[in-house]
Design a protein around this ligand. Structure first.
Ligand SMILES: NC(=O)c1ccc[n+]([C@@H]2O[C@H](COP(=O)([O-])OP(=O)(O)OC[C@H]3O[C@@H](n4cnc5c(N)ncnc54)[C@H](O)[C@@H]3O)[C@@H](O)[C@H]2O)c1
Ligand SMILES: [Zn+2]
Ligand SMILES: [Zn+2]
Length: 366
């Protein structure tokens, strides 16, 4: 039987970005087949397209998505056909020391970041039968995919798929950065630099925990206006403001400084924004091999900290359903994060929306 082909947005190291027809093999033991209903376009997709994170193999892009389970392989117990799921891109191995210690976001056994399924293979092939690999273990800019059970997190049926998609990456990362990585407490102060999908989720998380004041910094007036709606008490234009001087002059330094761009230049300025004992939280992901600098005396003398933040230090199975419930009870204004909705055939244009800061998140619907 000829396998069914579906269009996918593929980044090929030789021929570049383009639509390609791919087949997906059935779910094997411990795997789940999913029909994608909505996929968000995150800057981590753009990082591979621009070459910040080089790839040596063709990838189906897309890692922020939600859909419906169509079938499950042997041994799968946590989901069944018909369930609505959010895809979690950092599929932990559940066996390494970090996983066993309950720190799944630090898993050392995952193959997801190497753009593979846990067994080192891919479920996708092109029309010539050649392998095409799942970006971050998912590859969601297509109609159907196969993922390990741990990457398919069941959510309530009433959760809109577009919102579920955002829970797959930006929202879980941004809110998790506040709640899990930094452990921000009510009344603590914070600055957030870069207010795209991830940075605005940081702002939302700060409002959720009662941080105050919350200063948002971006280059785009639209993004700063959005940050105000999401709970920023102050906004600064990153083109002109000396953010560190402002934080020191107005507040004597902030308790937390979140970077949600991935710019080594901006990251280097974070420690100077902090009060003693404060923490800089690196949420944005820089290009492979980039370096940032800081003043080590100031760090040691003032007890300042720099915290790395992968996936909001979150555990998909625990944090994604929790955030879904907060949305459904009206505590998270996630509808405001959604900009344009486009058909999958416009996936390449959706990456341009991201480049040009059009809307906050563009959602692709197969
Ligand atoms: N830590 C994680 O696990 C994780 C998860 C998802 C995304 N990310 C990373 O987070 C970063 C942001 O992702 P996103 O999807 O929100 O991107 P985005 O493109 O939607 O937002 C980036 C924002 O930064 C602003 N910006 C750019 N340069 C700036 C500057 N010099 N000063 C102030 N603002 C500036 C832009 O105007 C834009 O609003 C990316 O690096 C992405 O790879 C990390
Ligand atoms: Zn992402
Ligand atoms: Zn692990």
């Amino acid at each position: 039987m000829t396998p069914k082909l579906s269009p996918a947005l593929v980044l090929d190291p030789v021929s570049g970005l383009g639509s390609r027809d791919v087949s997906v093999r059935p779910a094997g033991p411990g795997e789940v087949e999913i029909e994608v209903r909505a996929a968000g376009v995150c800057h981590s997709d753009l990082h591979v397209v621009t070459g910040d994170w080089p790839t040596d193999r063709p990838l189906v892009l897309g890692h922020e998505a939600a859909g419906v389970v169509t079938s499950v392989g042997d041994g799968v117990t946590s989901v069944r056909a018909g369930d609505h799921v959010v895809l979690s891109w950092f599929a932990p191995c559940r066996r390494c020391r970090r996983c066993v210690a309950g720190e799944a976001w630090l898993c050392t056994g995952t193959k997801a970041v190497a753009n593979m399924l846990p067994d080192g293979t891919t479920a996708f092939a092109d029309d010539q039968g050649e392998p095409v690999w799942p970006y971050l273990g998912l590859g969601a800019f297509t109609e159907r995919l196969v993922v390990p059970e741990v990457a398919a997190v069941k959510v309530p049926d009433e959760l809109p798929f577009s919102i579920g998609a955002l829970l797959g990456c930006s929202v879980t990362t941004g809110i998790g950065a506040v709640v899990n990585t930094a452990g921000v407490r009510p009344g603590e102060s914070a600055v957030v630099i870069g207010t795209g999908g991830v940075g605005l989720s940081v702002v939302m998380g700060l409002r959720l925990v009662g941080a105050d004041p919350v200063i948002a910094v971006d280059l785009s007036p639209e993004r700063l206006a959005a940050a105000r709606r999401f709970g920023a008490t102050h906004t600064l234009d990153g083109n002109t403001a000396d953010v560190a001087a402002w934080c020191q002059d107005e507040l004597g330094g902030v308790d937390h400084a979140f970077e949600a761009i991935g710019s080594p230049k901006v990251i280097s300025t974070l420690p100077a924004m902090l009060t003693s004992g404060g923490a800089a939280v690196l949420v944005g992901m820089a290009a492979t091999g980039a370096t940032a600098t800081f003043d080590p005396f100031d760090l040691a003398d003032q007890g300042k900290r720099i915290l790395g933040c992968n996936y909001g230090s979150s555990i998909g199975e625990i944090d994604i359903p929790k955030l879904a419930r907060l949305y459904l009870s009206g505590r998270l204004p996630l509808d405001d994060l959604i900009g344009r909705t486009r058909p999958l055939s416009e996936a390449a244009d959706a990456l341009d929306d991201l480049r040009s800061n059009t809307g906050v998140r563009t959602i692709l619907e197969p």
